[in-house]
Design a protein around this ligand. Sequence first.
Ligand SMILES: Cc1cc2nc3c(=O)[nH]c(=O)nc-3n(C[C@H](O)[C@H](O)[C@H](O)COP(=O)(O)O)c2cc1C
Length: 324
Amino acid sequence: MKNIWTELKKPIFILAPLDDVTDTVFRQVIADLAAPDLFFTEFTAVDGLLSEKGNEAAKRRLLHTPKEKPLIAQIWGNDPEKFYEAAQMVSEMGFDGIDINMGCPEKSVVKRGCCSALIKNHELAGQIIQRTKDGANGLPISVKTRIGFREIETEDWISFLLKQDLAALTVHGRTVKEMSKVPAHWDEIGKAVKLKDQIAPQTLIIGNGDVDSYEDGLQKVKEYGVDGIMIGRGVFKNLWIFDHGKEHNPTLNERLEILLKHTRLFSDTWGSKKSFPILKKFYKCYLSDFAGAAEIRNKFMETNNLEDVETLVNQIIDNLLPEV
Ligand SMILES: Cc1cc2nc3c(=O)[nH]c(=O)nc-3n(C[C@H](O)[C@H](O)[C@H](O)COP(=O)(O)O)c2cc1C
């Protein structure tokens, strides 16, 4: 089966998985503005996928359209057998690869031995990777992780992962304890690249943490030798961050068009399955960094449904029309 990781031209620029943000709707919005080379889904629980009760909600996270391709499904859990079954399921849904989350620092998941807790449990991490491979019907398997749990342990943990013959390894340059409170340690990501050269030259290393522009990403590729760059929060500041450094200065009309398109797509896709206020965080990012942004933004914070948004957009556009 084809390996998307080796097919893509390097450096690979990737939109990070962001829970409650990078769903099929937001990915479609970004795909139309400036698509990354590769998309990831939000992290999806193998327990949910396999349980009758949680199956619908878990599958919602894996919903996608051809526009968001190539696309990697990210899964998480703590039971290797469930990873095997989930990988079988996911391999029939049209994804280009499966990624295992070994980096999420949320207390609720760490307490259950999932995600970043696996940094402290190499044996279980190894079993999970093996059973995911066994179930994946040839899809490439990757891992996204951090550089340690309490302390930096790049040498030990990243070396262990590189021995598992992964297609790719995304390294977020912080420990679990550091959450997002300190700048990412890019020197440790550079160390991971050197380890891969020695242990697993076939595995791609993707660097992640604090990249805030395309140029910044290219600079980090040059400085640290990574095969690709994953960008998360940077997309909130610049919706065109994947547009190869091209500058965009959207007019208010263009911003409102994006906002409206996102809201319509959200309504069409989710109906009442997701709550409308989720959209407010996107409105904040669509309506910022221009004169009068706060005032307009506040008006959108009071909307409750698509009709409210359409009415408000029309009112603003009418007021923008030049007088005749
Ligand atoms: C709101 C939010 C949700 C996230 N959800 C996920 C997730 O589902 N899976 C994952 O591997 N990482 C998740 N992350 C971590 C990001 O993918 C990324 O590693 C982190 O934000 C650092 O990259 P950045 O500095 O480019 O944002 C999340 C981060 C944020 C801020």
